[in-house]
Design a protein around this ligand. Structure first.
Ligand code: SAH
Length: 272
């Protein structure tokens, strides 16, 4: 999988790729990375990349021309923008946007669809992701219309930069790739199977006055499994009850989990 990142500050992204598990994944050829400095595609000698918005209002916007040139250099497919009233081609060969091997262009933005693990799993199947990092008040809408496949939000808040959001996406996607981390680690973690992860403990057995839960030191695998599942259910009911409701609707839970959910809800209703 290849990540291409377009940014005014590529050093931020480069640093991420130079460290820890990502550096190893890069080294082993599990991922490829390319950063493109948008400023290299500015048209004037001052390398200007922003200007005031038409219609007034605060702040600056990223200029369409350097962005368009940078996206072309990155190999981002330009969408066919048809004149009003004309229908898109039926034949996929005439419509390059349907091509399977084409890179997928993402624009992190507060206006985007919320990014989730399910979406990350879909992105992991792509050959190449091109991420366009916004700055200032964002980018000229024509760039989104002409090149962006999807706008994606990392949460209902406003960051000052798209780099941080792009890294959220990259970090979530690459760890799902084969061999980057052990597959067992992905199985029971938060959000898989509609539940949060169980609480975890490591040495020492007593920290301050707090003891590791007894069951975890018994070595009894079945009891540990049951305890962990119960904790996952309790934690999800307490912190993210909407995940349980969604899981119930989608039929994600097996009989054992359903029973624990029932018990957990009864317990909760008793307390309240
Ligand atoms: N004026 C914009 C915010 C611009 S913030 C608005 O009100 O929607 C500058 C850049 O940071 C954005 O272009 C985007 O790339 C990034 N960004 C900020 N918040 C984000 C979020 N919640 N998710 C994804 N990207 C975000």
């Amino acid at each position: 999988m290849k990540f291409t990142v377009l940014s005014l500050f590529p050093g931020i992204i480069d640093a991420y790729f130079a460290n820890s598990i990502m550096a190893r994944a890069l080294d082993r050829g599990m991922v490829e990375y390319r950063s493109i400095n948008i400023r290299d595609f500015a048209l004037d000698k001052h390398r200007t990349c922003d200007d005031a918005p038409y219609g007034g209002g605060p702040g600056m916007l990223m200029l369409a021309e350097p962005l368009g040139r940078a996206l072309e250099a990155a190999g981002a497919p330009r969408k066919i923008i048809l004149p009003a009233g004309k229908k898109p081609a039926e034949n996929p060969a005439e419509n390059p946007r349907e091509e399977k091997s084409r890179p997928r262009v993402l624009f992190p933005s507060p206006s985007g669809r919320p990014f989730t693990l399910a979406w990350a799993r879909e992105l992991k199947e792509e050959r190449e992701l091109i991420l366009l990092c916004g700055r200032y008040e964002g980018v000229d809408q024509r760039i989104i219309d002409a090149y962006v496949d999807e706008e994606l939000s990392v949460g209902d808040y406003v960051l000052s930069s798209g780099e941080v959001a792009a890294l959220v996406v990259i970090d979530t996607v690459y760890r799902l790739l084969d061999r980057v981390i052990r597959p067992e680690s992905l199985e029971e973690e938060s959000f898989s199977g509609g539940l949060l992860e169980y609480p975890q403990y490591t040495r020492p057995e007593i920290f301050d006055t707090m003891q590791v839960p007894e069951v975890l030191i018994t070595g009894h695998h079945e009891n540990i499994r049951r305890w962990r599942l119960r904790k996952r259910v309790e934690k999800t009911l307490a912190l993210r009850p909407e995940l349980i409701d969604r899981g119930l609707q989608e039929g994600l839970f097996d009989a054992e989990t359903l029973k624990l959910i029932e018990e957990g809800k009864n317990e909760r209703d008793k307390i309240h």
